[in-house]
Design a protein around this ligand. Sequence first.
Ligand code: NAP
Length: 232
Amino acid sequence: MDLTHKTVLVIGATGALGSLIANTLAERGATVVGTARSNESAARLPASLGQSLLLDCEDPASVHALAAYLVERPEPLDGIINAAGIVGFGTAEATTAADALRLMTVNHLAPAELISRVLPRLAESAAAGREPVIVGITGIVSEQAFPGMSAYVASKTAHAAWLRALALEIRRHKVRVLDAHPGHTETGLTGRAVFGAAPAFPAGMTAEHVVSVIVSAIVADETTLASERFTA
Ligand SMILES: NC(=O)c1ccc[n+]([C@@H]2O[C@H](COP(=O)([O-])OP(=O)(O)OC[C@H]3O[C@@H](n4cnc5c(N)ncnc54)[C@H](OP(=O)(O)O)[C@@H]3O)[C@@H](O)[C@H]2O)c1
């Protein structure tokens, strides 16, 4: 995929990975539309964005409003990169259904809803030969379970499975799906857990390395990005 003159939506462009992805895509010639969860967090959006929008995955009205806007937006849409996510820690026994639902909503249900509503725009991009792509960052937890984070593992595995099914459904439209499975990365995400406290993790990869592998895979038209690709 040649990123020049392409328009890519980065969900979670305020985040450590999302902001670096946005900057890297912009450096490579893409127009990047990025989302922040709130007006307050929008202060962390990178200056490289061509357009800033709000999306709170915990608010169905926000998801529907952004989808409706993107469907009507006259410019082409050539990619959606979901770099939003939240984590929570605790044994399965200690995790409430409300906390598990919160992770499932932000990490799977809301991005799945948004992407589904906006698929016709990506099909249009494909029909115009613009090689659109949908990118998830479900992480190593969608390959392997870890104790003490069952709700996170479940939400990410659900999204990874959904992306696999989506890839089969939209193959005929020539819309590519790429799901990245990086392991622990030093972004500070674990310190922002929405419930529970993170166990001690061994030192993780740098955000720069992880983003470089993801963007290379986007450009190289890849459809899988297993965890070992980040450590090779
Ligand atoms: N770091 C890792 O070790 C690692 C490994 C594998 C996969 N991942 C995945 O990579 C993605 C990015 O993680 P990161 O490490 O860059 O974390 P991060 O720096 O904490 O970024 C999280 C992003 O998610 C957004 N977000 C949180 N709640 C949201 C909501 N309700 N609605 C919309 N956006 C919301 C945040 O937006 P605001 O700033 O506006 O609140 C922020 O942009 C996540 O999906 C994470 O699970 C991370």
